[in-house]
Write a protein that binds this ligand. Structure first.
Ligand SMILES: Cc1cc2nc3c(=O)[nH]c(=O)nc-3n(C[C@H](O)[C@H](O)[C@H](O)COP(=O)(O)OP(=O)(O)OC[C@H]3O[C@@H](n4cnc5c(N)ncnc54)[C@H](O)[C@@H]3O)c2cc1C
Length: 402
């Protein structure tokens, strides 16, 4: 089988790139190992409102809107910031993937679900990628370009090299989330807000959350950074204790767990890893676009496709002497911006250091200093990474100097 561009992985990054290339008439094949894109919808998928417009996402992929923030902890502290107007959305992650892939298909991309890419190698006439179909059969695809959009697994590109130039170690976070159905009075209580549980007695070296989905559903989850130097208790027990603290006994009894999912987020901090090997190019989480501070990667994955698409199109249409795709790492770094980069560095320090009373006290002091802010300022801080706004007050804390 031949095509010009083979995109492997139908997450936000791969789905979006396939739809953009197909919309401009390119010959694209998109392969995804999941047979059903609604399954394994592992992402909590909270986004700020402007991301919907920026990436042209329709209402059909939105599960619910939120207008306030609530931060619980450290300990029994509770702080909320009321926005009044919508600040963001929680997406239905399965619906997002399905919509992107449907769009790619409508523009003419060939989409093969239930196909896993096993290996990819360069030969004289292009790239040869070996796929395994759901029925166990093998298939070989010959293409001019292959895009590794397989998320943090980096199935084709592999992890960054451990030593030498371009060496970058990956920082890993792990998350576990339940999609639950609760009594409607309980759902109402959480329905207008993104709620986070912070402090080491909630989740040491991480945080917990409650996000509203379509009535009367909620997403309840916990995540933390992996720290090989510490004994970290299993996340299942941490999530069960969080639910016990947040929901009344009658609410827990009436609660039905509809889905349990989770996954890893792995990113390098400096993002200096190679973004390609010849004509095999990484996209989204496969080149560390996920930000570990808020465990957030959907809009950054979409951004990576917005940066790569025009470069690849230029390359496909008017093959230049030097490769346009050479500009990709630099342009992606610029698009993510210096704030992204700073927040990646802060993530490691903030989360790994969050264990014990002293860390909780520092966190409590920071949250107190944010109390006079409005909900939109908090969104700017947590989604816009605008730490400098808090200047000498927050930066030293965030940088671990206090
Ligand atoms: C628990 C958790 C909660 C999160 N919450 C949020 C959040 O609230 N907001 C946010 O913005 N981000 C969140 N993220 C991060 C976000 O989901 C990712 O950053 C984003 O999905 C990355 O998109 P991607 O397309 O690069 O990769 P992915 O979404 O991981 O997509 C990769 C795709 O490739 C497929 N694949 C893998 N290997 C192969 C192979 N060999 N052959 C074929 N297909 C393959 C996979 O099945 C998958 O569909 C969360 C992540 C986790 C784990």
């Amino acid at each position: 089988m031949r095509c010009r561009v083979l995109v492997v992985g139908a997450g936000p990054a791969g789905g979006d790139l396939a739809r953009q290339l197909a919309a401009r008439g390119e010959d694209v094949v998109l392969v995804e190992r999941l047979p059903d894109l609604r399954r394994a919808a592992f992402s909590s998928a909270a986004l700020p409102l402007d991301a919907l417009d920026r990436f042209g996402l329709p209402a059909s992929v939105v599960a619910h809107r939120w207008s306030s923030w609530e931060l619980l902890g450290p300990g029994e502290d509770r702080r909320s910031w009321q926005g009044g107007v919508p600040q963001g959305v929680v997406l239905d992650f399965g619906a997002l993937r399905e919509w992107l892939v449907g769009e790619a298909q409508r523009w003419g991309a060939r989409v093969w679900l239930g196909h896993r890419a096993l290996a990819c190698h360069q030969e004289a006439d292009g790239l040869h990628t070996v796929l395994r179909r759901g029925d166990g059969g093998r298939l070989e695809v010959h293409s001019d370009w292959v895009i590794d959009a397989t998320g943090q697994e980096r199935s084709l590109l592999g992890d960054p090299p451990a030593g030498g130039s371009g060496a970058e170690s990956l920082v890993s976070g792990v998350g576990l989330e339940w999609l639950v159905q609760v009594p409607s009075a309980c759902w109402q209580r959480w329905s207008d807000r993104l709620a986070f549980c912070l402090g080491s007695d909630w989740v040491a070296q991480g945080y917990g959350w409650v996000f509203p989905m379509q009535a009367p559903r909620l997403k309840l989850g916990v995540c933390r950074l992996l720290d090989p130097s510490r004994d970290q208790p299993p996340l299942g027990g941490v999530l069960e204790r969080l639910i016990e603290r947040l929901l009344a006994p009658a609410e827990r009894q009436a609660m039905a767990v509809l889905d349990r999912h989770g996954g890893l987020i792995r990113s390098s901090i400096r993002r200096r890893e190679p973004h390609r090997r010849g004509r095999l190019v990484g996209l989204g989480d496969a080149v560390s676009t996920a930000n570990l501070l808020g465990g957030e990667g959907i809009r950054h994955a979409l951004m990576s496709s917005r940066v790569l698409a025009p470069l690849l199109l230029e390359e496909l249409r008017h093959p230049p002497r030097g490769s346009c795709v050479d500009r990709y790492p630099l342009e992606l770094g610029r698009a993510l911006g210096w704030r992204w980069s700073l927040s990646g560095r802060l993530a490691r320090r903030t989360w790994l250091g969050l264990h014990g009373a002293a860390a909780d006290q520092r966190l409590g002091a920071l949250l107190t200093s944010l109390e006079q802010e409005g909900a939109s300022a908090l969104s700017d801080l947590l989604f816009g990474y605008r730490f400098e706004r808090y200047g000498i007050r927050a930066l030293p804390y965030l940088l671990g100097l206090r």
